[in-house]
Design a protein around this ligand. Structure first.
Ligand code: GLC
Length: 653
């Protein structure tokens, strides 16, 4: 049962697609403090809190402060409060009942979940305007199902998007892209996508292609497609200011860029230097920008990633001017403790400066609204621009789309990648812990940069991360400029990567089937153990996941270990894969086990009464009938597996 309460006059986000009558009276469970702009409730010592989508920290969110304030911060350390997303849905689970809470507001809120006081959950609002949905149900999964039902069906990618992708900031030329494809081919590692980062563009101008480094682009796209590789270009939120660049000229002429108080277009800077930001919140501007994707669709492109859409701001012209003026005062001074730190702050806070988010306005649903009030739905609306355009432009085709910034509602138009993580073992664990929370919020097509984006990866980290990545819908190796190259073929373990990626191919019928069932029935793809098992130990497992109906995963995420402790809430069949067709089976009883997993092994646990279908890797991406699959069963018959398949291309109505 869902009840909707309203505080103040919330700005709509279009995240909920179903109409609800407003419930009158006090908001149950919560204490409301209008003076402090807070809602709070007391948690029992044993209550757990799950959800919030892409955030830092563990599966149970207790013990930290999370701020919904979409941020471009590449340091995802434990001390942070915000990442690129705001997904304000969580479930409080106690011994006696479960409560789902969705706080729908496009502005900034803070969730103190047992940080200030161990047993108090407090939500504080910058503006006390929000729609609050309270969801009661029989179980956490039931609550999630009800929530997902009101926010609409999750994005459905083409089936080829379940392949393996290689990315790097940046492959600078078509020749470099060809070399990557060749080297993968030589190593026998199947490759389905190569991602084009910002350098494919001419001077970082959206929807352009650099003629010199990527000549005859449509032919190049076609040539790669013939090799089975989709090229997936990045699109950035900022539009370069350059007279003669049609998108800039049109945007200025039509008034589609965000404006300052005085009605001048905001001048910010990102990769191309000075840019204007399209007002994605404005229906007309959104349609206009969305139509631009046609420029690349017409050249054979069928997938995109939307970036820097928090929006990331290197500087604004106005703020930079203020900084330069202020710097004058420091010139020639003997900087003491106060003035030195003030100076350092001044210079160090040029990018993504909070004050800059208050300098510009949107024309949203007929009202002029200052950006910070709707900050968290900016990236969502950029991806919505694309998603709505694809429905108009290519109604018969599914297009791959994922974004860095997000808000609930965007899950209908695309997936997410978890931004600029690092080549750290702790970020492999973070990736594992983010997946179920993303599933709760409807972001099914998601994944992290495998191997880590920033810093230098190591061969063993890349192996272990790939061993987990083969299970995430978005399966992409991506790294930053200046870091160690991390394409799989560069390592002695190339033959192991080959078997891992082939195993992924073999798993696609299962992954796709489970993905589609999750999307169509509002189910979760990745679940913490305790969403299905109600013993106390399961509720404390932070590093094992259920994936779909049949399997449990227990990835190794520590360096220099050849095994790990695994908790089994019930008897399961362990499959120790070395290759899709080379594995051992073992029945394990419920309870604790120390299990070995060498760097070339992947542990998969089949639940009792369940079935894992597998394809021959070369056929994995195609539409296969049930009789074309192999099955590993544990006290179940292949027939009992509810298999979903379709052509993988036609959009679902
Ligand atoms: C941002 C993205 C990263 C990309 C880089 C260059 O940092 O998060 O994935 O490689 O920009 O475009």
């Amino acid at each position: 049962m869902i009840k909707k309460y309203r505080i103040g006059q919330p700005i709509p986000t279009d995240s909920v697609v179903k109409e609800f009558p407003l419930s009158e009276g006090e908001i149950p469970y919560f204490n409301r403090n209008d003076a402090k702009k807070e809602l709070s409730l007391t948690l029992d010592k044993k209550d757990k809190v799950y959800g919030l989508g892409e955030t830092i920290r563990g599966i149970n969110k207790r013990g930290w402060i999370y701020t919904s304030n979409n941020s471009d911060d590449p340091n995802h350390t434990e001390d942070k409060h915000s990442l690129y997303a705001s997904q304000n849905f969580f479930v409080i689970s106690s011994k006696t009942k479960e409560l789902g809470v969705y706080i729908d507001t496009p502005g900034i809120i803070t969730l103190d979940i047992g940080y200030t006081d161990l047993n108090t959950l407090t939500v504080s609002f910058e503006d006390f305007d929000a729609d609050i949905y309270l969801i009661e149900g029989d179980s956490i999964l039931d609550i999630v199902r009800q929530f997902r039902d009101i926010i609409g069906r999750s994005y459905i990618p083409p089936r080829w998007a379940f392949g393996f992708g290689q990315s790097r900031w940046s492959y600078m030329t078509a020749d470099e892209v060809i070399e990557v494809a060749d080297k993968y081919e030589e190593a026998g590692i199947p490759l389905d996508m190569i991602y084009l980062d910002i350098d494919y563009m001419e001077k970082y101008k959206d929807f352009t292609v650099d003629e010199a480094s990527f000549p005859k682009f449509p032919e190049f796209v076609e040539k790669m497609r013939k090799r089975g590789i989709h090229l997936v270009p990045i699109i950035d939120a900022g539009v370069k200011m350059e007279e003669g660049y049609d998108i800039y000229d049109e945007g200025v002429e039509k008034g589609y860029f965000v404006k300052k108080e005085n009605d001048e277009n905001l001048v910010a800077a990102v990769w191309p230097g000075k840019v204007h930001f399209p007002d994605f919140l404005n229906d007309e501007a959104r349609k206009w920008f969305g139509d631009k994707y046609k420029i690349l669709l017409d050249q054979g492109i069928d997938g995109f990633w939307n970036d820097m859409n928090e929006p990331a701001i290197f500087y604004t012209e106005d703020h930079l001017k203020e900084v330069f003026e202020a710097i004058e005062d420091y010139k020639g001074k003997n900087l003491d403790i106060q003035s030195f730190f003030a100076f350092k702050d001044l210079v160090g806070s040029i990018d993504n400066n909070e004050a800059d988010y208050k300098r510009f306005y949107h024309d949203y649903k007929g009202k002029k609204i200052r950006h910070d009030k709707v900050h968290n739905i900016f990236g969502y609306n950029m991806t919505r621009a694309a998603g709505e355009a694809f429905e108009r432009l290519v109604p018969d085709k599914r297009i791959l789309m994922f974004s860095r910034s997000s808000y609930i509602g965007m899950h209908r138009y695309g997936g997410v990648w978890c931004g600029d993580n690092k080549s750290w073992w702790s970020h492999l664990l973070l990736n594992i812990q983010q997946m179920p929370a993303l599933s709760m919020c409807g972001f099914l097509y998601s994944g992290a940069d495998i191997g880590g984006f920033g810093c230098d990866t190591t061969e063993d980290l890349l192996l272990r991360w790939t061993a987990f990545g083969i299970f995430t819908p978005l399966f992409r190796n991506h790294s930053a400029m200046g870091t160690r190259r991390q394409e799989c073929y560069r390592f002695d373990s190339a033959p192991v990567f080959k078997e891992f990626v082939r195993l992924r191919r073999a798993l696609i019928p299962y992954l796709y089937s489970e993905y589609m069932k999750a999307a169509l029935n509002n189910e979760m793809l990745f679940k913490p153990l305790c969403f299905e098992y109600d013993d106390e130990r399961s509720a404390e497992i932070e590093d094992q996941l259920l994936l779909g109906e049949s399997i449990m995963l227990a990835p190794v995420y520590k360096q220099n270990t050849t095994g790990r402790n695994v908790y089994l809430p019930e008897e399961m069949k362990l499959i120790r894969f070395r290759a899709y067709d080379d594995y051992d089976e073992e029945i394990l009883g419920s309870g604790d086990h120390y299990l070995r997993a060498e760097l070339n092994e992947i542990l998969v646990f089949i639940r009792k009464g369940h079935v894992l279908p597998l394809a021959e890797p070369s056929k994995g991406l195609g539409e296969l009938g049930k009789d074309e699959l192999d099955y590993i069963c544990y006290e179940a018959e292949p027939e009992s597996y509810e298999y979903y398949t379709d052509d993988g291309e036609t959009p679902l109505k």
